[in-house]
Write a protein that binds this ligand. Structure first.
Ligand code: PLP
Length: 353
């Protein structure tokens, strides 16, 4: 029951190449659902970018993802989720691998990592306004001491910046902190800066090696090269008031019930349904007798030029979608466009066309 991601291969590869060139030293982020492509596919693509554009490192989200990346990408793998002494399994398994760079965000963890594996390659993460992981600037002197004493190989300082706000001044402040610190590195790993911001940071501090970690802007930056489509699996004419679905709710109007590939297992329900938000919007919908007032939610499936309503919450692998009488209904086996966020969607198939 395929939900398919169709990729215009030439256009996508051109975008990847352009983005790698614009950033210079880009570290592709290969994590989670592989931004809709799958991790295996991204690892292979990163290897291609290595040969094509000099990419030498990829960034994994967590240790569980590392073995699959190491087997398909021949460069280094930075693990962005901080190493913790209590992480067993994959974290322990890749401990001895010199192609793995560990991120450490706490002084205690730095000491513990040095005790477990002297000589490990580490990136020290600092706590930005994101407030997720990392140590404060006043911990950096102690961190430098632990790195030396533990004979850890320091590979840089890492920042995770928010998506909004004054990211550039924050990155500048941290680069000044790094320069003034006793940490023996000139590498700054950053996120969420655009190519111009990275270029300015480099121009301001010629000694600084900036490594931008980029996921969305790289893999999904040219959305026009990517199209998600779902197969129409079944179709039924329905009457007004007819009870349908798991919930047997009566339909407010006549039309067609479409059974379309793509359900909760694909992440389709995670797409924030565009229901009327405010009380006023709901009142307007009610006055118009719209389907929102019947408790329906907007689906991401596009039929006859418009996104259509879910008849009920998506099933595990398919969705029931309402098409009003008068609209053109697709045939069985046809594919319809699906407007979904690729970072939360698991497609059945990726096709390069
Ligand atoms: C996911 C992630 C990134 C990349 O984020 P995008 O928005 O996909 O570019 C960078 N740094 C960290 C720490 C992340 O977790």
């Amino acid at each position: 029951m395929p939900l398919t991601l169709r990729v215009d291969g030439d256009r996508w590869r051109a975008h990847l190449r352009r983005t790698a060139a614009a950033y210079d030293g880009v570290v592709p982020v290969t994590k989670g659902n592989g931004y809709g492509f799958g991790l295996v596919s991204l690892a292979r693509r990163a290897e291609w970018l290595g040969a094509d554009s000099g990419v030498d490192t990829v960034a994994a989200g967590m240790y569980e993802e590392v073995p699959g990346l190491l087997s398909r990408f021949t460069g280094d793998v930075l693990v962005m989720s901080p190493w913790r002494p209590f992480l067993a399994g994959p974290a322990a398994d890749v401990m001895g691998n010199d192609r793995v760079l560990h991120t450490v965000g706490r002084l205690d963890d730095l000491a513990a990592l040095a005790a477990r594996r002297p000589g490990a390659r580490v990136v020290v993460e600092v706590l930005t306004s994101m407030t997720r992981h990392g140590m404060g600037r006043h911990d950096l002197a102690a961190a430098a001491g632990l790195v030396r004493a533990g004979r850890l190989r320091l590979e840089g300082l890492a920042l995770h910046l928010p998506l909004v706000g004054d990211r550039e001044p924050e990155a500048e402040q941290w680069s000044a902190v790094l320069a003034a610190s006793q940490l023996n590195t000139d590498t700054l790993w950053v996120s969420h800066l655009d190519p111009q911001q990275v270029a300015r940071l480099r121009a301001d501090r010629p000694g600084l090696r900036v490594r931008p970690r980029v996921g969305t802007a790289l893999w999904l930056g040219d959305r026009g090269a990517l199209q998600v489509q779902a197969t129409v699996l079944d179709r039924h004419a329905v009457r007004r008031g007819q009870r349908v679905g798991y919930r047997q709710r009566p339909l407010p109007r006549a039309g067609h019930l479409m059974v379309i590939a793509g359900g909760t297992a694909h992440g389709v329900a995670l797409e924030a349904p565009a229901t009327a938000g405010t009380a006023r919007q709901r009142a307007v919908a009610l006055a118009k007798g719209g389907l929102e007032s019947a408790g329906l939610a907007m689906s991401p499936f596009v039929i006859d030029g418009r996104q259509r309503w879910f008849i009920e919450p998506p099933h595990m692998q398919v969705s029931l979608v309402y098409v009003p009488a008068g609209a053109a209904v697709p045939d069985l086996g046809d594919e319809v466009d699906v407007r979904v966020r690729l970072t939360t969607t698991h497609v059945d198939r990726v096709e390069l066309v």
